[in-house]
Design a protein. Structure first.
Length: 254
């Protein structure tokens, strides 16, 4: 299944509407169970977008869109290592895996990693974020700033001549988020922000900064460096909850 920016959400809405119409004419209720076994957002088997921050943001966007609307949502190729050897001439070759062939996490890996850190209780979600709470009074917000691809991307993809990801977006402005949690315990809270962006933790952008162009040999020592620095940036901030309310302000880079 190839998906566009709003395809999955619109597709599920259509299925739910059709199911509701059928149920009104049926004497026996049949629950709507939707498993998504394979999905992608490009036509090519390999694409530089799979290695980019866009892929991680797009994964989060679609998983939030599908939250509580599907039974399961599989990632069909978890590792770049499973691709044929003839395709793995470079550190990154556009594979759909969450880890590079050398085991280095991509931004797509962190999309799943962040969701694995959330608490047991779902509080709310919107187009850009999903909020959870844990048993010990901790709260988690997993958010994204997924940008819409422009017409140039689809033209270049069709011709198999994709360039650097940054040129394929309609706009690249940061996105502000503001949330107000109510019913929380008053007192001191530490906001810990883990961020993956082109400037922080993206193996594709780190390779580009190193000057490791396609075809250049990357030594095992350099791969170890990439493994160590391909991690989210962490930022800590202290805040206070007053009158049972906790305000959170975030700005997510593109």
């Amino acid at each position: 299944m190839a998906v566009g920016y709003q395809f999955l959400s619109a597709f599920l809405r259509s299925l739910q509407t059709t199911h509701a119409e059928v149920e009104t004419q049926s004497e026996v209720y049949t629950p709507l169970i939707i498993p998504i076994t394979s999905w992608n957002d490009n036509m090519l088997n390999t694409s530089g977008m799979n290695d980019s921050c866009y892929k991680g943001a797009n994964l989060l966007k679609n998983m939030i869109d599908c939250f509580r609307r599907v039974r399961s949502m599989a990632h069909n190729i978890p590792l770049d290592a499973v691709y044929p050897e003839k395709m793995k001439k470079n550190v990154l070759f556009g594979g759909n895996g969450l880890l590079t062939q050398h085991g280095i996490p991509k931004p797509s890996y962190y999309a799943y990693s962040f969701l694995c850190r959330v608490g047991e209780y779902h509080l709310a979600h919107d187009d850009h974020a999903i909020l959870f709470a844990g048993k010990e009074g901790n709260y988690q917000i997993v958010c994204h700033n997924c940008k819409r691809l422009n017409y140039r991307y689809y033209l270049d993809e069709q011709n198999s001549v994709l360039g650097a990801p940054g040129q394929y977006f309609e706009e690249t402005e940061p996105f502000p988020l503001e949330y107000r949690l109510t019913g929380v315990r008053n007192g001191r809270y530490i906001l810990k922000q883990r961020l993956v962006s082109p400037e922080n933790g993206s193996v594709q952008d780190l390779l580009r900064q190193m000057g490791a162009a396609e075809g250049i040999y990357v030594h095992s020592h350099d791969l170890e460096y990439l493994r160590q620095v391909s991690v989210p940036q962490i930022h800590l901030q202290e805040t206070q909850a007053v009158n049972g309310e906790l305000s959170i302000h975030l700005t997510i880079p593109a």
